[in-house]
Design a binder for this molecule. Structure first.
Ligand code: HEM
Length: 441
């Protein structure tokens, strides 16, 4: 009966070599924002399921490399807005108070952001996939309102932070990229039914997806991992300077790539690609550095998800320059690059962190007041590590199959990959339902 993370059990680590001393995050979740985080996580799971079902539907189009298809764009946003963005906001409402000492500026605004953004993401994604003007107009109005409220709330929270370290800087940069993602997304959406940007569409699309996936999701992941990986792995004394390097190179790379692509200035696009490669390499090295000095030798399933995700992120980074050299005409290559980076690199990483954060929150909500009054399960006992391992055994090969199907142009292989992915998501939902309902493993 080992407990992965018993609240209050963390000791302060010694200052890491080569970096600023990194305060260990207190283990007690922020009670005020627990409901806020909970509603985000519930909606995010719903959209992960919608995305996984949609993936089976669009797999044949992916195998053709038909990435500009509205079906593909619609399903993509179940993952990117519905799952990723909703999870990130939910996690931020917990992280900001406990990691940066900055209580969320307004919990009410957080709920308002959620109740506009969450239904909006569904309407928007469905509207784009179904080519329905009414739905995607309603969706984008709600999504835009939700993002503006969420970004303003987080933006107004940041000045209250006790420490302004790399995590703080990452959150500030990431929300700026999210606001830019919205602007680019609105342009692309308007273009879908007017065609006003004509031949520039694919360049703006490439800009949008890099600003969104790297600038918003990856920069946030790098910043948050800087705090959470040492805690999850119990790592003491790692050289932490690699996070700062990653957070310098990645945003610079996104900006250079955006300028290069849209001015059609090849040298600047390549400069962007080099910076992005450097940023990903620094992040991977930072994760390795934490892993190397970990005290906890056993790697739990959440961290195994994160490790698999990092392998997919590396694979996508290898493909990046090849896609840039080949150009948009090599549509299957470009589709495989985004599918591996997004589903393998980002979605699986967030699932790994979800396994670490959500059971802890649920445990705290249920058992905080029962401590010392009788037996309580450990956090690790609130879900089954065996089922989670089976889930990883489905989802990691799923991404590989999907990529192989896209690469070889085989609809059936891509669909097999998508079906495995869906099976993994169903196991995941069963696990989180068990955590939420409080059944012991
Ligand atoms: C903020 C609100 C957003 C809006 C309004 C929006 C809008 C759009 C639109 C209209 C397209 C299709 C463009 C076309 O086919 O010409 C698109 C594509 C895409 N977006 Fe977004 N987006 C948003 C957020 C995001 C986020 C947060 C991410 C990632 C984290 C993301 C990732 C992508 C990707 C990967 C594609 C390419 C999908 C494909 O291949 O069809 N988007 N977006």
């Amino acid at each position: 009966m080992t407990m992965a993370m018993r609240p209050g059990a963390a000791a302060s680590p010694p200052p890491p070599a080569g970096g600023a001393p990194m305060p260990m995050m207190p283990m007690t979740p922020a009670a005020r924002s627990m409901r806020l985080a909970g509603e985000h996580f519930a909606a995010a799971l719903f959209y992960l399921l919608a995305g996984a079902i949609g993936l089976v539907w669009i797999a044949p189009e992916l195998a053709l490399g038909a990435y500009p298809s509205p079906h593909v764009a619609g399903v993509t946003h179940f993952f990117t807005l519905g799952w990723l963005t909703t999870t990130i906001f939910g996690a931020l409402y917990q992280l900001l108070p406990v990691a940066l000492g900055a209580p969320v500026r307004s919990t009410r605004l957080g709920h308002a952001s959620f109740w506009t953004f969450a239904p909006g993401a569904g309407l928007f994604a469905t509207g784009v996939a179904a080519n329905s003007l009414a739905l995607h107009h309603a969706g984008i109005a709600l999504v835009a309102t939700g993002i503006v409220l969420g970004v303003s709330n987080v933006g107004a929270t940041l000045p209250r932070a006790r420490s302004r370290d790399v995590t703080w800087a990452a959150v500030a940069m990431a929300i700026t990229f999210l606001a830019s993602t919205l602007v680019l997304g609105v342009i692309l959406l308007h273009n879908l039914h007017t065609g006003f940007i004509a031949a520039a569409r694919l360049r703006v699309l490439a800009t949008h997806l890099h600003v969104a996936i790297v600038g918003w999701a990856l920069v946030m992941i790098v910043g948050v991992s800087h705090r959470l990986l040492p805690m999850f792995l119990l790592s003491h004394g790692a050289d932490t300077r690699w996070t700062r390097r990653a957070l310098t190179l990645l945003p610079a790379g996104v900006v250079a790539l955006a300028i290069g692509l849209n001015t059609r200035w090849g040298v600047v696009s390549w400069l962007g690609a080099v910076l992005l490669e450097g940023g990903v390499a620094c992040f991977l090295y930072q994760a390795y550095a934490f892993h190397r000095v970990r005290v906890r030798r056993r790697i739990d399933v959440g961290m195994r998800f994160a490790a698999s995700a990092l392998a997919f992120l590396a694979a996508s980074a290898v493909l990046g320059p090849v896609v840039l050299a080949a150009g948009p005409a090599r549509a299957r290559l470009a589709t495989a690059y985004v599918a591996i980076g997004l589903l393998g690199g980002i979605v699986l990483y967030v699932i790994g962190f979800f396994y670490k954060i959500v059971p802890l929150l649920a445990w705290t909500a249920r058992y905080r007041d029962r401590m010392g009054k009788g037996p309580v399960p450990t956090v690790a006992e609130t879900f089954s590590a065996r089922v989670a391992t089976a889930q990883l055994a489905l989802m990691a090969p799923a991404v590989a199959f999907l990529a192989a199907g896209i690469g070889s142009g085989s609809a059936i292989v891509a669909q097999c990959g998508a079906a495995l992915f869906l099976a993994g998501v169903l196991l995941f939902i069963s696990q989180i339902a068990r955590v939420a309902l409080g059944r012991r493993s």
